[in-house]
Design a protein around this ligand. Structure first.
Ligand code: URA
Length: 237
C-alpha cells in the first residue's frame, strides 16, 4: 500500500501551505488514527490510515478531475499577472494541488474545459495521435453555404495548413446562423480559422463535447463539478 510522509500527504491534498502545515503539525492539530502526530516525517498509509486536521478527515486522492464551464472573458492559463485565469475560479485547496487546464479555449470561447492534476491523463487526451474529437457550437455572422459541409469534410486551408476533415452541420440557417463542427485536432484558433476559410466569421463559440463527454448543461458559465467515474473512463480509453 502506498506510504507517504505526513507533510507531503497534506501538501499533495492541498490542505494548506508548506509553512501552515508545519505549524498545524507542531501544534498537535493533525492526528493519525486519532493520535496527535507531531513529526512531519511520520509515514502515513494513504489507504488505511485516518488522517484528520482539526478533527476533519482528509480523504486521500491521487488525482482530481473537474469539468468546468469556462465563461467568456477569462484566459486558459494557470496564472497571469494581469488577467483572470480559469484557475481563479477554483478554491485554494484545489489550486494548491497543482491542477491545470487540459488544452486551451480562447478568451472569448466558453464551454467544456477539463481541469486536473493528472499529467499523463492530460497528455493522452491532448496527444495529436489520438485525434480525440471535440464538438463546438458557433454563432456565425453569415451562412457559409451548404458547400461548406463538403469543404470541411475534405479539409479546409487555414493558412498554409490543411485542417483534418471535420463534420459540419447547421442547427439554425438564419437569425442567427448556428453551426456545429466536430474537429479532431486543436490548432490555434482552429474553428475560427476554419469558418474564415469558407467566408464566415465566428461571433460566439462554445465547446460542447470532448470525446464522448458532454458539457453538463446544468453548469452555469464559471461553475464546475468533478467528473463522474463514467466520464473519466470515457476520457481515459
Ligand atoms: N477553436 C477556436 O477558434 N477557438 C477556441 O477557443 C477553440 C477552438
Amino acid at each position: 500500500m502506498p506510504k507517504l510522509r505526513l507533510d507531503k500527504f497534506l501538501r499533495d491534498q492541498g490542505i494548506a501551505s508548506r509553512s501552515e502545515i508545519r505549524e498545524l503539525i507542531k501544534k498537535g492539530f493533525v492526528t493519525i488514527n486519532d493520535v496527535a502526530a507531531r513529526d512531519p516525517s511520520a509515514y502515513v498509509e494513504t489507504v488505511s490510515d485516518t488522517v484528520r486536521v482539526n478533527g476533519e478527515t482528509v480523504h486521500y486522492r491521487e488525482f482530481v478531475y473537474y469539468m468546468l464551464n469556462k465563461p467568456k472573458g477569462i484566459i486558459t492559463a494557470t496564472e497571469d499577472r494581469n488577467e483572470k485565469t480559469v484557475l481563479d475560479l477554483f478554491p485554494e485547496n484545489v489550486r494548491r494541488r497543482g491542477v491545470f487546464p487540459v488544452g486551451r479555449l480562447d478568451r472569448d470561447t466558453e464551454g467544456l474545459l477539463i481541469i486536473t492534476d493528472d499529467g499523463l491523463f492530460a497528455h493522452n487526451l491532448l496527444s495529436p495521435k489520438k485525434h480525440v474529437p471535440k464538438l463546438y457550437e458557433a454563432v456565425l455572422n453569415r451562412h457559409p453555404g451548404e458547400e461548406a459541409i463538403k469543404a470541411f469534410r475534405e479539409g479546409v486551408d487555414i493558412g498554409g495548413y490543411i485542417a483534418l476533415p471535420a463534420n459540419l452541420s447547421f442547427v439554425s440557417g438564419s437569425d442567427p446562423v448556428i453551426a456545429r463542427v466536430e474537429v479532431y485536432e486543436g490548432k490555434f484558433h482552429q474553428v475560427k480559422r476554419m469558418f474564415r476559410a469558407v467566408g464566415a466569421e465566428v461571433l460566439e463559440l462554445k465547446r460542447l463535447r470532448i470525446g464522448d463527454v458532454w458539457l453538463d448543461e446544468s453548469l452555469e458559465p464559471g461553475e464546475y463539478r468533478e467528473l463522474t467515474d463514467e466520464e473519466l473512463a470515457l476520457l481515459s480509453k
